[in-house]
Structures are given as C-alpha cells and as structure tokens.
Design a binder for this molecule. Structure first.
Ligand SMILES: Nc1nc(=O)c2c([nH]1)NC[C@@H]1CN(c3ccc(C(=O)N[C@@H](CCC(=O)O)C(=O)O)cc3)C=[N+]21
Length: 375
C-alpha cells in the first residue's frame, strides 16, 4: 500500500514535504491525499483516515518544536504578541468532565443507574491501545463504568459481531465503541452497522449521519470530534451563525460531519479537499476554519484571513529525536504562523484531542439518560 500511495502522488506532493512552517504553500494548488506524504506506512491508508493519524507514521521534520501553548481558561482572553487567543481544549475538556461527573452521580443517586461504555479493540496497534487506555481512564475519572474486550489481530469479523451483539443486549451498556481502524480483513461498514443505533456513541451509524444531514431531523448521537470542535467554539463565545466556514477534509468521521454541524449552526460552509484547486484562495475567505486532513503544518499563515478562528483537528506524529518518544505531535495548521494571523487557534496537542474524549463521555451519559428516561 505504501508504494501505491506514493506512486499516486504527483510531483506537487513535494511541495508539502517540508513540515516546517516554511513558505511552501503559496505555490501549492491542491491538497493531496494524506498517503502522499508518509515516509513509512504502517497501515492501510484508507484506515488511517485523513483526520486521525492513528498510525505512527512519522513525518520528517526540520522545524523547531512549537513553543508551549499559552494557556487560556475558557472565556478568559489572554493575549499573545499577535493578540491571538489560544483555545485551550484541555481546560474545556476538564470543565466538561466535571459537569459529567456531577450528572453521573446525580443519576446514580436518583435512580441507581451508572452509565456504561463498552470498547472493542481488535489487534495490537500501540496507538489504538493507548487511545483505549485513555478512554478507560477518562471513564473512571467521571464515574462511568467501562467494559473492554481485546481481540487478536487475526480474529474474524464474526467474532467482533458476536461481541457487538452481546453489548447490544446488555442493559448495563449504554454506549459501544469499536476502536478504528479495524484490521484490513474486516469490513468496517458491516461492523459499524451492527452497533445498535441507540448505543452508537461514536455517531458513525449511517442512520445517525443521515439524520445529521437532514433539516428537521435529529441524530441520536453526533460524532465526537466534530461535536468537540463546535463545543470549543460555543464555550469561547465564538458565534457561528452567518459566518463563512471552511472545512478542510471530507472524511466520514470528521470533515463531513463537521461541515454538516456547521451548516446546522447556520454557517455558510465550503468543503476543501484533495481535489480542490487553489485551496488557499478559499480558506482565505473563511471566518472559521476546521482542518481535518492529517498533513503536518499544511495550512500556512497565508491561507488564513486576519482575525479568523482556526480549529486544528490534525494529530500528526513527526520524527523528533529530542523527544523521549522519538516523535512529537503537530497539527494540520502551522501553529507559529497561525497565531500571528488568526484571532483564536487550537493547539496540538491540547486542543481538539481532549475534547473528542470528553464528547464520548457526554454521549455515553446522554445515552444512559435517554434509555432510563432520566432528565
Ligand atoms: N471508534 C473510534 N472513535 C474515535 O473517536 C477514535 C477512534 N475510533 N480511533 C482513533 C481516533 C483518535 N482519537 C483521539 C482521541 C483523543 C486524542 C487526544 O486526546 N490527543 C491528545 C494527545 C495525546 C498524546 O499526547 O498522545 C491531544 O491532542 O492533546 C487523540 C485522538 C479518537 N479516535
């Protein structure tokens, strides 16, 4: 797959090979599929999704690590030299977890029900194991009970479906999450379709997505990452109505639902993707940019309108011999340049990532409340 992905890249891809915030962007006329940039591919590019770089595929980097984000509490406005507000996702996520903790204990006291989340992990990808561990820790921190099944890499799809069926029928389970990506011999669509829609806390079931897309319909759950992006905007008092929003990336799990959510919030939405000509021209008109492509430092300062708000969903590992892990995480957006131009920007890490987990907990609580008619 690695070679197939590499060979499909045109020479234009070379323009993005610099992961520093160098001035490579203004000459680039297209966003390229994420696979183009990977030096080492450890998994199927389709499974990587443009948004979550779940694979530890390293991007080489000559750039200096970004300085630590200026911490700003929600609703506070601390200024940097460029007067840019750093949107602290970690702090907002903590605030949300505290709210969930209170609700979970209120529910337990009133009706004796504890919300439960079941996570299905297949295979032994290190990053997936870490994510699952973090989700489990987050559940514990708010009093949600968590169940986990860990299946071998060579398990069959039937085995996964059997566990889903068990959790579908288990009254102690209010949310089911199948950790993605699944091993390539499994059909992701079959597996995700098997989750009972009432327990689809990831919001990936086609019926939930379909309802999200339709006016006058309400999904039972909204996908966690896009929901986290909107929540960050709301909690920072950033209005969306009537604004021009550009979503970069059109994945099923982030880009597409993020665009639908922004539209539901009355923004005028444009989706920019790997086949878009002159993406920079379009992003430059945006009041709000949500970037979810998985290309380190792709969105340069020149792509951003002065005063725009930038939500960076990318979590891209780039090689860093100075880091204990051998790599560090950078976003899709060139942070150092963005803070000079934007009015607010999310850092990576500490931006959207922690919000994704907070929204998963929130969806699990919503599910338990709904199943038990608890308001
Ligand atoms: N069914 C399913 N649902 C998911 O929601 C899902 C998934 N599969 N597969 C993997 C991706 C990835 N994902 C992340 C969640 C939190 C952080 C996060 O908290 N990141 C920290 C950094 C963590 C670190 O330092 O390694 C941050 O951005 O600050 C990252 C990534 C959810 N995913």
């Amino acid at each position: 797959m690695a070679s197939a992905a590499a060979s499909s890249c045109s020479s234009l891809s070379m323009m993005f090979l610099t992961h520093s915030c160098g001035a490579t962007s203004s000459t680039a006329h297209r966003l390229l599929p994420p696979g183009c940039l990977r030096r080492r591919l450890h998994c199927h590019p389709l499974q990587m999704g443009p948004t979550y770089l779940r694979c530890l595929t390293f991007h080489s980097s000559a750039a200096e690590p970004p300085s630590p984000p200026h911490v700003v509490l929600p609703h506070a406005s601390l200024t940097t030299e460029a007067n840019t507000k750093v949107i602290d996702g970690k702090a907002v996520a903590k605030q949300i977890r505290d709210e969930i903790t209170a609700e979970v204990s209120r529910m337990k006291e009133a009706i004796g029900v504890i919300p439960g989340l079941a996570v299905i992990l297949v295979g032994d990808r290190k990053d997936s194991a870490t994510y699952v561990r973090n989700k489990k820790k987050a559940c514990e921190s708010v009093g949600i009970s968590s169940l986990e099944v860990h299946l071998e890499e060579d398990s069959t799809e039937e085995e996964v479906l059997k566990h889903i069926a068990g959790y579908n029928d288990d009254p102690l389970v209010h949310g089911i999450l199948v950790q993605l990506p699944l091993p390539s011999h499994m059909n992701e669509q079959n597996v995700l379709n098997a989750v009972r829609i009432e327990k689809d806390v990831d919001g990936f079931h086609p019926l939930n997505i379909g309802r999200l897309a339709m006016r006058g319909r309400e999904p039972l759950f909204v996908p966690c990452t896009p929901k986290g992006c909107i929540e960050l905007l709301h909690r920072h008092g950033i209005s969306i109505k009537g604004k021009r929003a550009v979503v970069i990336g059109r994945s099923n799990i982030v880009g597409m639902p993020a665009a639908l959510l922004l539209q539901r919030e009355d923004a005028t939405v444009t989706v920019v993707h790997s086949r878009t000509n002159n993406p920079e021209e379009i992003t430059k008109q945006a009041d709000i940019i949500i970037s979810a492509v998985g290309q380190p430092n792709m969105v340069k300062g020149s792509w951003i309108k002065p005063g725009a708000v930038i939500i960076d969903v990318g979590i891209n590992p780039v090689e860093d011999p100075n880091s204990p892990r051998g790599y560090r995480l950078v976003g899709d957006v060139c942070y150092e340049e963005a803070v000079e131009v934007a009015s607010a920007v999310t850092p990576v890490p500490g931006g959207v990532g922690p919000m994704t987990i907070a929204m998963l907990l929130q969806n699990t609580l919503i599910s338990a409340k709904r199943m038990h008619n608890f308001e």
